[in-house]
Ligand binder design. Structure first.
Ligand SMILES: Nc1ncnc2c1ncn2[C@@H]1O[C@H](COP(=O)(O)OP(=O)(O)OP(=O)(O)O)[C@@H](O)[C@H]1O
Ligand SMILES: [Mg+2]
Length: 285
């Protein structure tokens, strides 16, 4: 008889509670993400969603509870240590270096990981130059793969919001994460850009096979992409289930989905769009 294997757990959060001084932001949050799945975290403004992401990525230390990622307890680890464990994230307000090119934004993420010695940096040793050339080459390849090579030499501040979002996601993926956390990837996008974003995240999931966890208010995005959705409200768990279950859940409709616009967006059909491959790599002279 052939055995059926349950997908393994990648992230397990138990009894997560967080206080900011006297403000109880989160109370007893429990999350289990299975490897290879796409998961949603939704809830009204101020519910505590970004706080959950900030706790997992080490920006805050939990007041109570445990966060275990791929066998390692994350509580108390610094953000760069957590990134080294292969957790990548993007931010609700895009965080790109606006006065560096898109290409340099990708390169600098790699630089910060490599930890050159001061001697390497100041003397520009052969080791440093070789690695720098390699990083540059890999950054170009990454941007080509993500259909972003046309924007490689542009400054993020001059690019449309949707492209900036894609660059930030590509930068997170350049560090080879096992878990990619996206905080409101659709924020600021027009309704007509949503299908493109959905398609982009689907492509990432299929191409890299990674686990994705996203916070999102756009129910069209969450319902199309997610295997499972957790709803929080006032820092507490309200519901968990498949997109179909969540859309029908009376408590969720009452607390969150009752907003007619959100329900209407959730019911729009999704039309896949093909991502065209582009390239504008400068010619060598
Ligand atoms: N650094 C902080 N210091 C104090 N209070 C904070 C801090 N960060 C968040 N909060 C508070 O914690 C609560 C949860 O905030 P959080 O940003 O996690 O909500 P959210 O669900 O991401 O909301 P939104 O959908 O608006 O992004 C809010 O009351 C917020 O004001
Ligand atoms: Mg938030």
């Amino acid at each position: 008889m052939s055995e059926v294997h349950e997908p393994q757990t990648l992230l397990k959060i138990e009894h997560l509670t967080h206080r900011f001084g006297g403000l109880q932001a989160l109370t007893d949050i429990n999350v289990e993400l299975k490897k290879g799945t796409i998961n949603g975290l939704i809830g009204p403004n101020g519910a505590g969603k970004t706080t959950v992401f900030n706790l997992v990525s080490g920006f805050y230390v939990p007041s109570e509870g445990s966060i275990v990622f791929d066998g390692t307890t994350l509580n108390g680890l610094r953000p760069h240590k957590i990134a080294d464990l292969q957790i990548g994230r993007t931010f609700q307000n895009i965080r790109l270096w606006s006065d560096m090119t898109v290409l340099d934004n990708i390169c600098i993420a790699q630089h910060s990981r490599l930890g050159f010695s001061l001697k390497d940096v100041f003397l520009r040793t052969k080791n440093y130059k070789d690695r720098e050339a390699q990083i540059h080459k890999e950054a170009w390849e990454l941007l080509e793969k993500f259909s972003l090579a046309d924007s490689a030499l542009d400054y993020p501040k001059n690019l449309p919001y949707g492209i900036q979002r894609r660059v930030e996601i590509a930068r997170a993926l350049s560090l080879n994460p096992k878990l990619l956390m996206l905080d409101e990837p659709a924020a600021g996008l027009s309704t007509s850009d949503l299908d493109g974003l959905i398609n982009y995240i689907k492509w990432i999931h299929e191409t890299f096979g990674i686990t994705i966890w996203m916070i999102e208010h756009q129910m069209q995005v969450v319902n199309t992409l997610c295997d499972s959705i957790k709803v929080i409200n006032f820092g507490k768990e309200l519901a968990e289930g498949t997109p179909e279950e969540i859309q029908k859940n009376p408590a969720v409709i009452d607390a969150y989905l009752g907003n007619a616009k959100i329900v209407e967006d959730a019911q729009k059909p999704f039309e896949p769009i093909k991502i065209a491959s582009q390239s504008r790599r400068p010619q060598k002279d």
